[in-house]
Design a protein around this ligand. Structure first.
Ligand SMILES: Cc1cc2nc3c(=O)[nH]c(=O)nc-3n(C[C@H](O)[C@H](O)[C@H](O)COP(=O)(O)OP(=O)(O)OC[C@H]3O[C@@H](n4cnc5c(N)ncnc54)[C@H](O)[C@@H]3O)c2cc1C
Length: 260
């Protein structure tokens, strides 16, 4: 291994599925045991490699959903109907199965406690995954700190989903926000809303960002993740609103992406 650990990150490892958690009708979390895992930072991803019986291989990237504090690695995979890899990962794998992965990968779209806040997280669909790793990391790292520590790192999450039953980590987000007044979670449901829904019901736009996001004067660390059109429009709108481009970090999940 090289002194910076590069070899251990790029080596393919055999992970064993310990548990499969149903998050939404189209999304599952794979909880993995990865022997020799070197550790990761919130926001990083892994490459997953599948090999067919005839030797054909397919590789895709998946963000790490679990915080660095967890001993097990979690990946949350949304099934794309005609996809090559995601239906296999989200439907065919069960506890005891194995898969190959390498990582952690990425040093740009990452957030740690010392990076500071305030924090503005904007996600669409499965783009919540690396943002959830950041929220879980913040929660775990500050668990034994006083309330003052959370107040120094307040977070606003704006999360766009098509419908209420497609909101990934819905219950966990609700309970995190209920116990922590310094975490504000705002949902927008773009396609269908439950009866009596009083929240946003459109795609994220300038007016929504003006209402929900920290003002630029607060100099928040911004992380935006999801389908390419959402990421590009939110990033450019925030820059128009005066946010410093250097503080706005983006991760694009799909070539054209789903409309969320
Ligand atoms: C850094 C990174 C992290 C990622 N993390 C996650 C994650 O945590 N969870 C997750 O579910 N996915 C994640 N993705 C997306 C993932 O890598 C795959 O692209 C996705 O699972 C589709 O793979 P597939 O083989 O099923 O579809 P493919 O066979 O590659 O594509 C099938 C069809 O879907 C379209 N498509 C491909 N990707 C997307 C997409 N993301 N959204 C909408 N349409 C798409 C293609 O254009 C094609 O028409 C991440 C991508 C990147 C680059």
């Amino acid at each position: 291994m090289s002194p910076d650990g590069t070899a251990s990150r790029i080596a393919w490892r055999l992970a064993t599925v310990i548990d499969v958690v149903l998050e939404t009708p189209r999304t599952r979390t794979l909880v993995l045991d990865v022997p020799g895992w070197p550790g990761h930072r919130a926001g990083q991803h892994v490459d997953v490699r599948l090999t067919a019986d005839d030797g054909y291989q397919a590789e895709r990237s998946y963000s790490i959903a679990s915080p660095p504090e967890d001993t097990r690695l979690s990946l949350t995979v949304e099934q794309l109907k005609d996809g090559e890899v995601s239906p296999y990962l989200s439907e065919a794998l069960h506890a005891g199965d194995t898969l190959e992965l390498r990582g952690p990968i990425g040093g740009y779209f990452v957030w740690d406690i010392p990076t500071g806040g305030p924090l503005l997280l904007v996600g669409g669909g499965s783009g919540i995954v690396p943002l959830m790793a950041m929220l879980r990391h913040r929660d775990a790292a500050l668990a034994s700190a006083g309330a003052g520590a959370r107040e120094k790192l307040p977070v606003r999450l704006l999360y766009s989903s098509r419908r209420w039953d497609e909101v990934i980590y819905r219950d966990e987000l609700t309970s995190l926000a209920e116990k922590d007044l310094t975490l504000q979670v705002t949902h927008t449901l773009t396609r269908e809303q439950p009866e009596g829904w009083a929240g946003f019901r459109r795609r994220i736009d300038r007016a929504m960002l003006e209402q929900v996001a920290w003002p630029a004067s607060e100099q928040p660390r911004v992380f935006i993740c999801g389908p390419t059109p959402l990421v590009e429009s939110v990033a450019s709108t925030l820059v128009e609103l005066g946010h410093q481009p250097a503080l706005v970090k983006t991760e694009r999940f799909g070539p054209t992406g789903g409309a969320v």
